[in-house]
Design a protein around this ligand. Structure first.
Ligand code: F6P
Length: 198
């Protein structure tokens, strides 16, 4: 690819209350990020380049890309189930505090080995890396792609391009309301970050 732009969805209603997973809408701030995104992207995209926008199938990523998708005709969108957030299974919709209270052993096992820990009825980071394989393959043969996805998924894609061992990806910081532009070069990947002024 020429460049890859990565963004988490704007702040969601669940983010506000510390609940994980789910399929909530954007908060007011999250909506403000969605509106700011076309400007952030336009500032870092070559004139007239065709940009594919890939989202997950969840409302918060689709809503984040909404203004972008309608802003320019050279932007086209595609929804991928493989870009949905790590499935927290039984813990979906809970806060970390509730998980710790209700499933203390799971909470401790996840902390001890976050990459391999699989939520009951859900997924591990290792599972996410495997389901991302088709995405990475498609990315490799695409030109300019902007991916709007979720924290865990973004960590895995970012780690792949930045050559970070996947075992470390679950602990990486990927802030909200920040657009990351990655440009693969011969021996490394160049990174630029653009933070929305909202
Ligand atoms: O809190 C936002 C979120 O995307 C959750 O939906 C998800 O379970 C979590 O982050 C993933 O981060 P971590 O693996 O650090 O719990």
């Amino acid at each position: 690819p020429r460049s890859i732009w990565l963004s988490r969805h704007g702040e969601s209603v669940y983010n506000l209350t510390g609940r994980i997973g789910g399929d909530s809408n954007l908060s007011h701030r999250g909506e403000a990020y969605a509106k700011a995104l076309p400007g952030l992207v336009a500032a870092s995209v070559p004139q007239d380049a065709h940009i594919q926008i890939w989202t997950s199938t969840l409302k918060r990523t689709i809503a984040t890309a909404r203004w972008l998708a309608s802003s320019k005709k050279q932007y086209t969108t595609l929804e991928w189930k493989a870009l949905d957030e790590l499935d927290a299974g039984l813990c979906d919709g809970l806060t970390y505090g509730q998980i710790k209270d209700r499933f203390p052993e799971d909470f401790a096992s996840r902390d001890a080995d976050k990459y391999n820990y699989r939520y009951t009825g859900g997924e591990s980071y290792r599972d996410v890396v495997i389901r991302l394989e088709p995405i990475i393959m498609e990315l490799e043969r695409s030109e300019n792609v902007l991916i709007v996805t979720h924290q865990a998924v973004l960590r895995c894609i970012y780690a792949y391009y930045m050559n970070v061992p996947q075992e470390r990806s679950p602990w990486m910081e990927v802030p909200l309301h920040t657009l990351i532009k990655l440009t693969p070069r011969a021996y490394s990947t160049e990174e630029q970050r653009f933070t929305a002024n909202i």
